[in-house]
Design a binder for this molecule. Structure first.
Ligand code: SF4
Length: 752
């Protein structure tokens, strides 16, 4: 079926331009209402917006998914939200465990599959020690699942080789928050949208990637038309169409732009000297470097005057000055960002500078004001960042390199002192490189598809080919499953129970409502069964979702992530709770660090940055730094990648929905001027070549992109866009630079 976007939206009864919908839309044309036996509260399993839903059951099946009126999303869902129902019932769900025999995956019993997985792990460890094995997880696992995997591998097996796909999308934000405020995760909440007078959106196409949050922004624009919107994006996205000022920046120059804005704010006096004096300190490099002064920052920023960086950024100095002015004069500036800022080799610096603009102007800790990074996947924050399921981390903000933190976790997990390794494990890209080199021999990959989602993907497919690999992610047979020696079918979303978080630090309970297909099991069950076979059954005493959640609450108690008051009973009752939430009476925290709102903020005054030893947040003096990959005559253009409304990541889920198969995802946006020079017309095949690999896509000449920049979607299931993307890493966060690759684009001659 080939459908235009308009036809598709009509099919789903969607009336708004972004594909948003809610019960009672005028012009609703969905299929006849299906009788529902019972309704149940749940949450969308797709993006980090975390829309709350109600799920209708009939005859043991999910027959309806609607937005929850009482939720933060006010009953709205985007098109993917409705597809929560469809993805349960597509025809090729994985149903049976399999083991590779004579080159073929063949159906076996669960016992045989788990025994084979455990034997493979034992063999790998016998040859190379605990660091010869690894866990690679996902922001789509429930919190209990990531927590248990982290415990099994770091506390049981004794390796810190625990990482996951949030490293690919959120690591720079996590390192940014931790280094600036002393604790990860945003300080504000979605209610701030109703108070903001300026939205500063950088590196985020919210209208397509966080569409329901964006619709709340639009509500604000409708009710307070004086509200301003600045969008910084190399593409003229649907988000940019709502902008008062669109800065169509050259990819990878965000630090220069933000520094120039800081320069301008200081030059024009649009800063908050009292806030700076009371709550801010200045550093360069690391949090424990010698303190600097505001005058040091002023001198440092001399090189970033708007007229000095305008050319680098591909903007005019007047545009930069105007952006700074709007930010500085706004009563409440709320910034949003996501992968556009994070997925570059200067990702941490860009995050730090974004936060610095708020600190210099005192635009934080007030209704409507604050730096707010959006989470890509539903549970990248709560499931992976909060539980410390990354190679350098331990639960609730602890890190493996601190003896005190390790001892804390050893005590809480009942482990002998010294059990947890003090050495950070391998993060995502180095982990797959270690597989290539034969250093990591066995890996458990859960709820993710690295064979398609890693940058420079062909290189790391070789690693998966070499390693003994267990794939349990597979609610479907993915590309990664092709490299599996043991394949474990997993339950998903309402087929199992667990907790998901979202961008505003809100936790939701997802209840088990229906049975998984065939013999599929929850990831928690799989982890416990594998842990037992590896001799760590005693460590995994908590085995039900509720028992693991209670343990996780206990582990968070007394930390800056305190979830102690989020009992299962409350999560069943309420449309989510935001942390910190230290007691069962606490209603959840909207704005962190604000005395009177945040129960952990003890000092009096405007704000208490209690996660920093001196109570002060840090403004870092951050260099723009050179491009890792220069444009040359061989590779004269810049490839950047992103998403569109209807699809999700590698389209493992959405690509299986019949109604979405007609949505074109295999195109390359190219500026009409560049297309004309190449003699390329719409629909003609072009080859995009980087120093790493090539991908062929249909040309789509479009004014959405800047001259010299081409854009491809990451969703393509037919073509491997990540064959060409860059695996250069941010030196601090180890997040890869998907947003910036030097490429050559050529017309493909017929027959070649
Ligand atoms: S905005 Fe995100 S969480 Fe909300 S319905 Fe769409 S995909 Fe789901």
């Amino acid at each position: 079926m080939n459908l235009t976007r308009r036809e598709l939206l009509h099919y789903f009864g969607v009336t708004a331009a972004t594909g948003l919908m809610g019960p009672g839309c005028i012009g609703w044309t969905r299929e006849e209402a299906i009788p529902v036996d019972s309704w149940h509260k749940s949450v969308c399993r797709f993006c980090g917006s975390g829309c709350e839903t109600r799920v209708g059951l009939r005859g043991g099946k999910v027959v309806k998914v609607e937005g929850l009126q009482a939720g933060w999303n006010r009953g709205r869902l985007c098109i993917k939200g409705l597809l929560n129902r469809e993805i349960l019932y597509v025809s090729d769900r994985a149903q049976y465990p399999m083991v590779r025999k004579d080159g073929q995956l063949v159906r076996v019993s669960w016992d045989e599959a788990l025994d084979a997985a455990a034997a493979g792990f034992r063999e790998a460890m016998a040859q190379g020690g605990p660091d010869a094995v690894a866990f690679y997880g996902s922001g789509q696992l429930f919190t209990q699942e990531s927590y248990t995997a982290n415990k099994l591998f770091k506390g049981g097996i004794g390796t810190n080789n625990v990482d996951g796909n949030p490293r690919l999308c959120m690591a720079s934000a996590a390192f940014g928050y931790k280094s600036v405020f002393g604790a990860d995760e945003p300080s504000g909440c979605y209610d701030d949208i109703e108070h903001a007078t300026l939205f500063f959106v950088i590196g985020a196409n919210m209208a397509e990637c966080h569409p329901v949050v964006w619709e709340r922004v639009r509500d604000r624009l409708r009710t307070a038309p004086e509200t301003r919107v600045i969008v910084v994006d190399p593409r003229r996205t649907p988000t940019a169409r709502d902008a008062t000022l669109h800065l169509q920046i050259r990819p990878g120059t965000d630090v220069a732009l933000l520094n120039a804005m800081a320069y301008e704010l200081l030059r024009t006096g649009l800063v908050d000297p009292a806030f700076i004096n009371d709550f801010v300190t200045f550093r360069k490099g690391t949090a424990d470097s010698p303190p600097l002064t505001l005058e040091d920052l002023r001198a440092f920023l001399e090189d970033y005057a708007p007229e000095k960086v305008a050319n680098l950024c591909g903007l005019s100095s007047a545009e930069i000055r105007e952006a700074a002015r709007l930010f500085g004069i706004s009563q409440a500036a709320l910034s949003f960002w996501t992968m556009g800022l994070n997925q570059q080799t200067h990702g941490v610096a860009a995050n730090r500078m974004m936060m610095a603009l708020h600190l210099l102007t005192g635009q934080i800790g007030r209704p409507g004001a604050g730096p707010f990074s959006l989470t890509g996947q539903t549970n990248a924050g709560g499931g992976v960042r909060d539980t410390g399921s990354l190679s350098h981390a331990l639960p609730a903000g602890r890190v493996v390199t601190k003896e005190h933190d390790r001892q804390d976790m050893e005590r809480l997990w009942g482990l002998p002192e010294g059990r947890i390794s003090p050495h950070p494990g391998l993060s995502a890209v180095p982990l797959f490189e270690a597989m290539r080199e034969g250093k990591v021999r066995a890996a458990l990959v859960m709820a993710t598809n690295p064979a398609r989602s890693l940058p420079n993907a062909d290189r790391y497919r070789v690693g998966m080919e070499k390693a003994f690999l267990v794939v349990s992610d597979s609610i479907f047979p993915t590309d990664t499953a092709q490299y599996a020696d043991v394949f474990l079918p997993a339950a998903m979303w309402a087929e199992k129970e667990g907790v998901l978080s979202q961008s505003e630090r809100r936790y939701h309970l997802v209840e088990k409502l229906v049975e998984p297909p065939g013999e599929a099991r929850s990831d928690l069950d799989i982890l416990v069964a594998l842990g037992e076979r590896l001799g760590h059954g005693a460590l995994l005493k908590a085995r039900t979702p509720e028992a693991v959640w209670d343990e996780w609450r206990m582990v968070s108690a007394g930390t800056t992530y305190d979830f102690s008051g989020m009992t299962y009973a409350r999560l069943k009752e309420l449309p989510g709770l935001t942390w910190p939430c230290p007691t069962e009476q606490h209603p959840g925290t909207c704005r962190r660090y604000v005395p009177g709102e945040d129960p952990l903020a003890k000092k009096e005054g405007r704000i208490d940055f209690y996660a920093r030893p001196d109570g002060r947040a840090i403004v870092y003096l951050s260099e723009q730094g050179p491009f890792r990959e220069s444009l040359t005559s061989d590779y004269p253009m810049t490839l950047t990648t992103g998403r569109r409304l209807e699809h999700w990541h590698t389209a493992t889920l959405t690509g299986r929905i019949a109604q979405l198969k007609g949505i074109d995802i295999d195109y390359l946006e190219i500026h009409p001027g560049d297309a004309a020079v190449m003699g390329v017309k719409e629909g003609e095949l072009v080859q995009v070549t980087s120093a790493r690999g090539t991908v062929r896509l249909k040309a789509l000449p479009s004014m959405r992109v800047r001259p010299g920049v081409v854009f491809a979607l990451m969703h393509s299931t037919e073509h491997l866009v990540n064959a060409a993307t860059s695996d250069y890493l941010d030196p601090t966060s180890a997040q890869p630079e998907y947003k910036l690759a030097a490429v050559r684009v050529e017309r493909v001659k017929e027959g070649t």
